[in-house]
Design a protein around this ligand. Structure first.
Ligand code: FAD
Ligand code: SIN
Length: 532
């Protein structure tokens, strides 16, 4: 059994920013950051477009960024939270720059990009590799603190609560308290407990629950599923964001390669396969409308025409400037025989971002005592029913800072919990056939992609719930009887995510933001969150 003052699960923008902020404030505290993969294999590293922040007050304003965020979120954002993130965001970005992050400049000022739903240019970026640059900066900064221990290849399985001490814990139990987490070192099969005074969940998204996703393979919703098992509060899980423009690759790849929305911000235009513009028929902002609108429009055009993709036309753009801004996208397309300056790029929507997740308050506190959460695994109230482009990295930075402020105030009053039992692996045997896990994983992705995609209806959702129930029962049986592995943990977590998304979608009897159902095509007048 290991002890640490603070356990951080996840080393993306949210987890590492928190660890750095905390280490700066309290050098005497031990902060252990675990990541189930290698450092840098995060959604953060894949971010392309950039980080949205009000930068040039001569043309932009906090009010405009607030209004754009609220508008994209289709009236379901929490205005107080939106104001916090928008107002505090620029200061957090300045800190990131002071830690060494480079953002592109033009004639002595930051070159501010534009993406769907933004009324002004306010996206700071580093070419089309912004996430990579932010992750690099955070990795290097975190390593300068002697009180941060970064450990790779450690898989967090479950949050430890009173339940593990033999008490009955339900969703209505008051004061559920977390004492750390059970983890598996991926090099060994044994499971250890890490006992912590405070635990910060920063495990990122869950895009791997769909067949096509821009998210790397680490995005299996572990933190959200752990929180659900611990009986913590989640909300708004039906709002799954599909990015309109993943590169269509007939050979298939996981993850799908993203063609950043910044490319449309730079002037690229969506067209049908016969070269006709179509977005003006859906929204006056055309190719730069918010993501839910563009993704639905593309889905509709593909269905009407029986096509597997639509086209993104960059051929009219200046080659030198395009290559300066989007070298990775240009080269990726070229590797598939597409010269973006001469040929249109085939693109298709792909699962990209979870707007819902662990419910947290303005200081990042979850409903469980001593557990905070930050980043994509959370529902802070910022995104409502559809996240505005490039608001995610910003949210991670702002909430990481706020959590550090709060933990600083409370941690001295918390002691380590005694008497945490060892993990009980009695009666389990080596898995006989890995195919039981891999096949279920494929089935799960098919169910979600076929029945719980961009356009939904009750028949499909009910069918998905029935299929998911079967997968759940089979996987639970395997879980109880088999020596556990990360593949099985991830499958189990993804089934939980799939259930939460589908159940929440079924509960929402309206169409709003990213949730569109043909059974209830209109938006209701009253606002509500779906709580699970
Ligand atoms: P992540 O960066 O995903 O980090 C999660 C961490 O948790 C990882 O270290 C992982 O190993 C660890 N982890 C997960 N489960 C476990 C477990 N069980 N045990 C131990 N460790 C675990 N947002 C923007 O704002 N601007 C953009 O331009 C942008 N572009 C994007 C492009 C792509 C292709 C993608 C996929 C996303 C993009 N996003 C963008 C979204 C944004 O990148 C993510 O929402 C954000 O980076 C999430 O950060 P995070 O810290 O919450 O999680
Ligand atoms: C992109 O570059 O298009 C992704 C931006 C985001 O997800 O915020």
């Amino acid at each position: 059994m290991q002890h640490t003052d603070i356990l951080v699960i996840g080393a993306g923008v949210a987890g590492l920013t928190f660890a750095i902020k905390m280490a700066e404030r309290r050098p005497e505290l031990q902060i252990k950051v675990i990541t189930k993969s290698k450092l840098g294999e995060t959604n953060t590293s894949y971010a392309q477009g950039g980080v949205a922040a009000v930068w040039d007050l001569k043309v932009d304003s906090y009010e405009k960024h607030v209004a754009d965020t609220m508008d994209a979120g289709d009236d379901l954002c929490d205005l107080d939270i939106v104001k916090i993130v928008v107002n505090e965001g620029p200061e957090r970005v300045r800190e990131l720059i002071s830690w060494g992050a480079r953002f592109d400049q033009h004639e002595g000022s930051y070159d501010l990009g534009r993406e769907g739903g933004h009324s002004e240019n306010r996206i700071l970026h580093y070419k089309d590799l912004t996430g990579w640059e932010i992750q690099r900066t955070l990795n290097e900064k975190a390593k300068t603190f002697s009180n941060i221990e970064l450990v790779e290849q450690i898989y967090a399985i479950d949050l430890i609560t009173q339940h593990h001490l033999g008490y009955s814990v339900t969703r209505v139990t008051p004061d559920i308290t977390c004492f750390g987490a059970y983890v598996q070192d991926k090099a060994r099969t044994e499971i250890d407990a890490i006992i912590a005074k405070v635990t910060v969940v920063a495990t990122g998204g869950a895009g791997q629950v769909y067949r096509n996703t821009t998210n790397p393979t680490i995005a299996t919703g572990d933190g959200i599923a752990m929180m659900y098992r611990a009986k913590g509060r989640l909300e708004n899980m039906e709002f799954v964001q599909f990015h309109p423009t993943a590169l269509y690759n007939p050979a298939g790849e996981n993850p799908d390669f993203l063609v950043s929305e910044a490319v449309r911000g730079f002037g690229a235009v969506l067209r049908t396969t016969d070269g006709k513009e179509f977005m003006h028929r859906y929204d006056e902002r055309k190719s730069l409308a918010p993501r839910d609108i563009v993704a639905r429009a593309i889905d509709n055009e593909m269905k009407i025409r029986g096509n597997d993709f639509v086209m993104l036309d960059c051929t009219h753009l200046d080659k030198e400037q395009f290559l300066g801004h989007f070298p990775t996208i240009y080269n990726k397309c070229l590797s598939l025989g597409i010269d973006a300056m001469k040929d249109m790029i085939p693109v298709v929507p792909a699962c990209h971002y979870m707007c819902g997740g662990i419910k947290v308050d303005a200081m990042g506190r979850s409903s469980l005592n001593h557990v905070y959460a930050a980043g994509e695994c959370t529902s802070t109230g910022l995104h409502g029913s559809n996240r505005l482009a490039s608001n995610s990295l910003l949210e991670g930075l702002v909430f990481a800072h706020r959590i550090a402020e709060d933990v600083d105030k409370i941690i001295d009053g918390i002691s380590y919990k005694e008497g945490i039992p060892e993990w009980n692996a009695e009666g389990t045997i080596e898995p006989k056939e890995m195919v039981l896990i891999t096949q279920s994983w494929k089935e799960l992705k098919e169910i979600m992609s076929s029945y719980v995609g961009i356009v939904r209806n009750n028949v499909r959702l009910k069918r998905a719930l029935a299929r998911l129930h079967l997968l759940y029962e089979e996987t639970e049986n395997l879980y109880q009887t088999t020596i556990l592995s990360p593949q099985l943990f991830e499958l189990r977590n993804l089934i939980t995510i799939a259930y939460l998304v589908t159940k929440s979608a079924h509960m929402r009897r309206e169409s709003r933001g990213l949730h569109y159902t043909t059974d209830y095509p209109n938006k209701l007048d009253f606002l509500d969150v779906t709580i699970l």
